[in-house]
Design a protein around this ligand. Structure first.
Ligand SMILES: [Zn+2]
Length: 223
């Protein structure tokens, strides 16, 4: 599993988990758009010094929904982080969230970075958006939201996204799948997300589990 940091503190925690379970855990290190207003040059030094231990650079991205950091600050940090990913030849785990007009802006911002491999984390948008994200060298990560009764657009997108371009995620502690909704999310609940995606794809959940696991290994080039 990939344990993802959102700043230096959580990145260090992720590294400690990896140290404890080196055969089970990989980490992503990065600065979440919510956090970037607090990120300093010293944080960047830490990131560059530890990136060799990480499978990917993330979470990084843009969040215009909550907008906890000003938009210009988010853009500036994302640009700096994408350049680091390029220099260190790391895939990126992207957090992208905004209103209906947001996607045009986000996609055109990412265009100059088409050489990077991208995980579109916590995907909850529609098939039109997914199609455009699939033009990148990318994989789309589906959270527990797919189990929610009202998530019709997302369900439609999941039906259409090619099976070899999908992975699953918890986004824990957030977004617990429907049977556990309201509780703190955790990796064991991923089974509900897997069941929902398998039924949308019309395949047994065991096959879905195998395919998405294989997708993860292939995408991150783990042998
Ligand atoms: Zn996120």
């Amino acid at each position: 599993m990939l344990v993802v940091g959102i700043d230096r503190k959580t990145g260090e925690k992720a590294l400690a988990i990896k140290e404890k379970y080196p055969n089970l855990v990989e980490v992503a290190l990065g600065f979440h758009p919510h956090e970037v207003k607090k990120i300093t040059d010293a944080d960047y030094t830490w990131l560059e010094q530890n990136l060799d231990k990480a499978l990917a650079l993330g979470e990084i991205g843009l969040d215009f929904y909550k907008e906890y950091s000003p938009r210009e600050v988010q853009f500036a940090h994302l640009e700096r982080l994408l350049s680091i990913a390029r220099n260190f030849r790391k895939p990126v785990v992207l957090h992208l969230r905004g209103d209906a007009n947001f996607w045009d802006l986000a996609i055109s911002f990412l265009k100059p970075y088409q050489d990077l491999k991208m995980v579109f984390h916590c995907f909850t948008a529609n098939w039109d958006v997914a199609k455009r994200l699939l033009d990148f060298e990318s994989i789309i990560s589906i959270p527990g939201v797919v189990t929610y009764p009202k998530a019709d657009e997302l369900k439609e997108a999941v039906k259409n996204i090619p099976l070899d371009r999908l992975i699953l995620e918890t986004d824990c502690p957030f977004l617990s799948p429907q049977p556990m909704r309201g509780k703190r999310n955790e990796p064991s609940y991923l089974v509900y997300t897997a069941e929902a995606v398998a039924s949308l794809k019309g395949i047994p959940v065991e096959d879905l589990a195998e395919i998405t696991t294989e997708n993860f290994f292939k995408f991150f080039e783990i042998n």
